[in-house]
Design a protein around this ligand. Structure first.
Ligand code: ADP
Ligand code: MG
Length: 420
């Protein structure tokens, strides 16, 4: 018997649920696409391209719409002999400076043997190379800067749109498409950059449950065999997605996770229960990642809070967490942080959604204070910081709660046997 066997009961093409899959049609984005298309029209007319600025939260179809339109644009301009269009698509994730962006652009425009090193040149020299490379194309060049909010300085965002006005370019007609996941990025641009870069702004709003349902349905038709999804699965994934952030990526991920859970269960259909287990697993993954990324003191603060929670002491003030935190730090042979730094860790844990905070009023005496409590399952948290727990030792409250958890099923077993 074969050790490996292909399973194909659930998925027809699981890859259709992956991040890198490009749907051939976008669902429910007609208005945005029509505005976007109009903004790209000058290219087809052989005119100077517009600068376009797309913004909206993550997972609302900005990149997908761009890839979709540019694929059509590339194909359709071939009809016209007088148009020579170059498209440069650069994702700025990991590129934090104008310098890095400029060197990457140069390399996008150059063939393999002429690539430049991404360090070591003066910025002005890189810009000169960029202008001469652009000029050499002698054509329309559309530069897409996806996730543009990673760029921390304005320089290239100022230089690129103004290159013609500043006589750096003559033959080349450059247009910029900037795509941002971050609303505040645009507002923080200097006025002179904003006015040129954001000539045509297109906002991509978050999806609601109805939008997400249509998107999921389209994807599911490709990814799953007919009749494999129970009726409630897509509405449920869409409802969760709409509640979370209106993010299509998260909804698609959830659908895939549900499919995987069903497949691992060797189930014949994907059910709402699979969606719920999928959601728990994804959530756990996200939070565990958050906890793993914390520093050791972050873990010690969290452990101190968690044990107080098990003892029923939460919501609890920072100063009441402190004695245990200090003791845990000493047990782990670390110097405890001063109270203010310890509070910073509580704030960080709050931001990550691992603990929650409530503001309280002292009443007539005036001041307000904060109380903290754990916002997720004890076991999940413990699993994600097992190293710290080992260092400090297992606290008695954890032992007690583990014992409690163990006794319940045993009782059930007893009842079962007595009925036999
Ligand atoms: P953004 O760039 O805004 O963060 P993406 O364009 O990467 O979001 O979209 C996230 C995922 O959702 C991708 O897999 C994309 O194919 C899919 N998606 C988003 N909007 C639509 C839509 N209107 N129709 C079909 N699929 C979509
Ligand atoms: Mg994107």
């Amino acid at each position: 018997m074969a050790l490996f066997e292909r399973d194909h009961d659930i998925y027809r093409d699981r890859d259709a649920l992956r991040e890198d899959y490009q749907p051939s049609e976008l669902v429910g984005r007609d208005e945005e696409i029509s505005t976007y298309k109009a903004a790209l029209q000058p290219i087809v007319n052989g005119e100077q391209p517009n600068n376009i600025f797309l913004y909206g939260k993550t997972g609302v179809g900005k990149t997908a719409a761009t890839r979709y339109l540019l694929a059509h644009l590339r194909e359709d301009v071939e009809e016209y002999d007088d148009i020579d269009l170059n498209i440069v698509f650069l994702n700025c994730d990991g590129l934090s400076s104008s310098y890095q962006v400029a060197t990457h652009l140069v390399n996008e425009l150059r063939d393999e043997p002429n690539q430049i090193s991404t360090t070591g040149y003066p910025l002005a020299a890189v810009y000169d190379m960029l202008w001469s490379d652009l000029e050499e194309t002698g054509s329309a060049v559309l530069i897409v800067l996806d996730e543009i909010d990673n760029i921390e300085d304005d320089s290239i965002l100022y230089q690129l749109p103004r290159a013609r006005a500043n006589n750096k370019l003559d033959d080349a007609k450059v247009g910029i498409v900037g795509i941002s996941n971050d609303f505040s990025f645009r507002d923080n641009l200097s006025p002179k950059v904003k006015s040129s870069l954001c000539e045509h702004e297109i906002h991509f709003p978050a999806y609601d449950a109805t939008d997400l349902k249509a998107i999921l349905k389209q994807r599911a038709n490709v990814a799953f065999h007919d009749g494999v999804l129970s009726d409630g699965v897509i509405p449920l994934c869409a409802a969760y997605g709409a509640k979370d952030a209106g993010d299509a990526r998260q909804s698609i991920d959830l659908l895939m996770k549900a499919g995987d859970v069903a497949r691992d269960d060797e189930a014949e259909a994907v059910t709402e229960d699979h969606v719920d287990s999928g959601r728990t697993a994804l959530e756990r993954g996200r939070i565990e990642e958050g906890i793993r990324g914390l520093t050791e003191h972050g873990h010690l603060v969290l452990y101190a809070l968690l044990t107080n929670e098990l003892e029923g002491n939460t919501p609890i003030r920072s100063r009441d967490v402190r004695p245990r935190y200090t003791r845990f730090a000493e047990l782990a042979e670390r110097d405890p942080l001063v109270p203010r730094r310890m509070r910073d860790h509580l704030s960080e844990l709050t931001m990550l959604g691992i603990i929650s905070v409530t503001e309280r009023n002292e009443g007539r005496r005036g001041g307000t204070y904060r109380e903290y409590e754990l916002d997720m399952g004890v076991e999940q948290v413990l699993a994600a910081m097992s190293e710290t727990v080992e260092l400090v030792g297992v606290h008695e409250s954890v032992v007690d709660s583990a014992l409690e958890a163990q006794t319940e099923p045993e009782l059930e077993d007893d009842t079962l046997t007595s009925y036999e």
